[in-house]
Design a protein around this ligand. Structure first.
Ligand code: KIV
Ligand code: ZN
Length: 516
């Protein structure tokens, strides 16, 4: 058994997080996020659901190869084919975990599975035994445990521990639980299951009633020693428990909790920004820990108090979770080594030397246009460079827009498609609209624009704009990103990035949907 004072942080941003409609990530993006999570010292990274699609399988495989310090986990229903696929995807992992699950609530067993409780127990036991052929680290989840009967949970958990499960997960799949009751459930399970001491109790809470973090913390107070959570609370429907809130609550209230995580909290803000940027899901300004206003003291009374003694109104320090004060970090004379080591401090690493070179050359371009380069600029340019280094089918060659009072905006665009340059022009309601129409005339993607959002990365009129474009075609949703000091160019880059992603074929099954 592991140290009872240690709270294991299991991050499922790449799996449950990706189940947020529109938050799909490419394999390369998943590897980048996984590396940032490793730097944050997350214990377990759930990298995906390998049977869902070839893309998911390859993403879990790529994360398993890239990550050395965290355990990499693959999700599998309690079915042989799922477990085999997960075992195969995790073959190269330094430390791999198979997470298998089956629903245990009366409504799920009767309506979804159409199985009797005896059959469910039998299938769960068989799945755990099968998973143990691939790894000693096997997690079992009782899906919809929040609405399951306690006696049945005790029965199935006892059986899967005997079969070799080392972590027992209690998911509140539909976000129905109340903190007191949920905490009591964890306590009762630990007390009533005879072999409970042979496994770690884990929770996985959804946020449908805004209680995911509260329920997770109630479980921790009652002996759960693993929390499943996501960066920025991303996840199916209203999301999962937010990693940063769970970790900082347990750390800040060390007087209340008898355990702590081993995370390097100074990496939290960098991870949050990376996930937000890649998925196109913005972080609300008043979001705890990672919102732009989380540490801003507006009222005069608060400011006065904080100046006299910061503890009067601050329970955590902004720098402890990785907020930097918009300081100028690099300039146009900074060299490649300074650039690389500063990105390293920010928790940003590169998939290849080619990506580093592309990022450095992009940095030099921006440094020519902008006197002060901040951490936020560096983060954005890395995303931009990762896109550039990838061998994408469509590339922006040039863009010229004309926007004049009283005249219809007009764009001339040149792009390269599969190595061949093509040009077109279009008029539009504004310069961005004209640019998108000109690009669309060339690529004919037949997509619908679901989201166009612009975020200025730092303050000032010379700031880079970071644009997210979300496109949909036949139910397939992708996010494209682009950053530039010129908003129209950033927009065109984001549109082209999304078009490249939509051209990659995907067929993906949902873990909690029907059979694959
Ligand atoms: O919410 C849920 O029940 C899940 C399981 C697969 C753990 O995501
Ligand atoms: Zn879930």
């Amino acid at each position: 058994m592991s140290n009872p004072d240690r709270l294991i942080i299991f991050d499922t941003t790449l799996r449950d997080g990706e189940q947020s409609p529109g938050a799909s990530m490419t394999k390369e993006e998943k590897v980048r996020i996984a590396k940032a999570l490793e730097k944050l010292r997350v214990d377990v990274i759930e990298a995906g659901f390998p049977i869902a699609s070839q893309g998911d399988f390859e993403a879990v495989q790529a994360v398993a190869c890239a990550i050395k310090d965290s355990t990499v986990c693959g999700l599998a229903r309690a079915l042989d084919k799922d477990i085999e696929r997960a075992g195969e995807a995790l073959k190269e992992a330094n430390s791999g975990r198979i997470h298998t699950f089956i629903a245990t609530s009366p409504i799920h067993m009767e309506q979804k599975l159409r199985m009797s409780p005896d059959q469910v127990v039998e299938q769960a036991v068989a799945a755990v035994k099968r998973a143990r052929n691939y790894t000693d680290d096997v997690e079992f989840s009782a899906e919809d445990a929040g609405r399951s009967e306690l006696d049945f949970l005790c029965r199935i958990f006892e059986a899967v521990i005997d079969a070799g499960a080392t972590t027992l997960n209690v998911p509140d799949t539909v976000g129905y639980a109340m903190p007191d009751q949920f905490g009591e459930t964890i306590r009762a399970l630990r007390e009533r299951i005879p072999n409970a001491d042979k496994a770690i109790f884990s929770v996985h809470c959804h946020n449908d009633l805004g209680l995911a973090v509260a329920n997770s913390l109630a479980a921790v107070a009652n002996g759960a020693r693993q929390v499943e959570c996501t960066i920025n609370g991303l996840g199916e429907r209203a999301g999962n428990a937010s990693l940063e809130e769970v970790v900082m609550a347990v750390r800040t209230r060390a007087d209340y909790f008898t355990c702590n995580s081993g995370l390097d909290a100074t990496q939290i803000v960098a991870c949050s920004k990376l996930v937000s940027n890649i998925t196109g899901f913005p972080v609300q300004p008043n979001k705890a820990i990672v919102g732009a206003n989380a540490f801003a003291h507006e009222s005069g009374i608060h400011q006065d108090g904080v100046l006299k003694s910061r503890e009067t109104y601050e329970i955590m320090r902004a720098e402890d979770v990785g907020w930097s004060r918009n300081r100028m970090v690099l300039g146009k004379h900074s060299g490649r080594n300074a650039f690389r080591s500063h990105l390293d401090e920010l928790g940003i690493s590169f998939g290849s030397e080619e990506e580093l070179n592309a990022a450095f050359s992009r940095f030099k371009d921006i440094a020519d246009k902008k006197h002060e380069i901040f951490d936020e600029d560096l983060q954005a340019l890395v995303t931009d460079a990762a896109t550039k280094a990838k061998n994408e089918r469509v590339k922006l060659v040039s863009l010229k827009v004309c926007s004049e009072t009283g005249e219809t905006p007009h764009a001339d665009v040149v792009i390269c498609i599969d190595g061949e340059e093509r040009a077109d022009s279009a008029a539009g309601g504004g310069p961005v609209d004209a640019a998108f129409k000109a690009i669309e005339a060339l690529v004919n993607s037949e997509t619908e624009l679901l989201l166009y959002s612009v975020n200025n990365i730092t303050s000032g009129t010379d700031a880079q704009g970071e644009v997210t474009v979300r496109l949909e075609r036949g139910g397939h949703i992708v996010n494209g990103q682009g950053a530039d000091t010129d908003i129209v160019i950033a927009s065109a880059k984001a549109y082209i990035n999304a078009v490249n992603k939509i051209m990659e074929p995907v067929e993906k099954a949902h873990p909690q949907g029907g059979d694959v």
